[in-house]
Design a protein around this ligand. Sequence first.
Ligand code: GLY
Length: 409
Amino acid sequence: VSANPPTSDVVVVGGGIIGLASAWRARLRGLSVTVLERRAIGEECASAVAAGMLAPVAEAEFGDAGRRLLELGLRSARLWPDFAAELEQATGAEVGLRRNGTLLVARDADEARELERQLRFRQSLGLQVRRLAPSAARELEPALAPTVRLGLEAPEDHSVDPRRVLAALRHACELSGVRLRERAPVARVEVGAGPRVTGVVLADGSRVPAAHVVLAAGAWTAEIDGVPAHARVPVRPVKGQILRLRDPDGPGLLRRVLRFEGGYLVPRGDGRYVLGATVEERGFEPHATAGGVYELLRDARELIPGILELQLEELSVGFRPSTPDNLPAIGRGTPSGLLWAAGHHRNGILLAPLTAQLIAHALTAPDRIEDRRASLPAELEGACDPLRFATAGGLPTADPPGPPVGVHS
Ligand code: GLY
């Protein structure tokens, strides 16, 4: 360990897709960037487990938080084609962006009624969706069971292969001069006079000095010490079990992403499929269960009977990083120099290009409010504000310390 390790402009804590994309974008703006990953890149992160749906329309939810997430998702979905192209151009690697759309399907009368409601909701928001009678749905996807009751097509909801994206981002980071350090778990953020961050301290006690620290450690973000309690973003793990399947006869069973109550099936286009996912509030409980696998296969089989012919390649467990309102924390926090790119819940792959853009922007134009707002309207910026969870006691205010001030939305 050097006595005087070099100071980076930016240390990014976390080498998942959010961390690497943010690091790459910051580097392209001329900053010196170090990424610290607690394991190896892709070894233990939600990015390596995720199915890779880019599906803001299919995921649209009722309510204020749902509307804001939809807005964020639509913006990031629009960035994806250029982001993927740039990544492919920089690295020569293909990231598996497939633009075949998504099909939501109902299995029975109850689900069909709910899908009709979901259709009206999306139409009321002006989203691109198309109602499909069972015969029309089966014309699009002949592998669907004859019992399917209703379909809804979201033609602009696509998918990408997150493992390919992760590998390409790693390569792009290396090519652009980002310093990647693996097996470098961060114990705490270091805060000096100001207060302002001065870097991080690793689990082995060594320091990595930096002018800015970006916390992008996924579900593990909350384990990093040193951030004052009142200014922390509460990130919790939400467990998901997910299966990877392969058709020995090659591609063709399914072209579009299929979504149904309780799961989704994402074709990779080469005969491989990802079937996900359970949503479990069990902390970091790491085990896959027979019950989880049973539920996924049972539901998917009702819609695509042919799925039982596929070979089982992999069963994995991932941990979504989720905040109390399930919206991400993106941008500047406190103390000065600390930024968050965390809490993306079910939407980390979708929101990666937008997050990276916002982080790079906040790092290079942190004091120009009009610049920061150029990329996100104030309402959305507020919805992602890392300080929305801050307690009154930690805010620069004359009010006495009190209970959480709640969500700025
Ligand atoms: N975005 C899908 C999931 O979290 O399972």
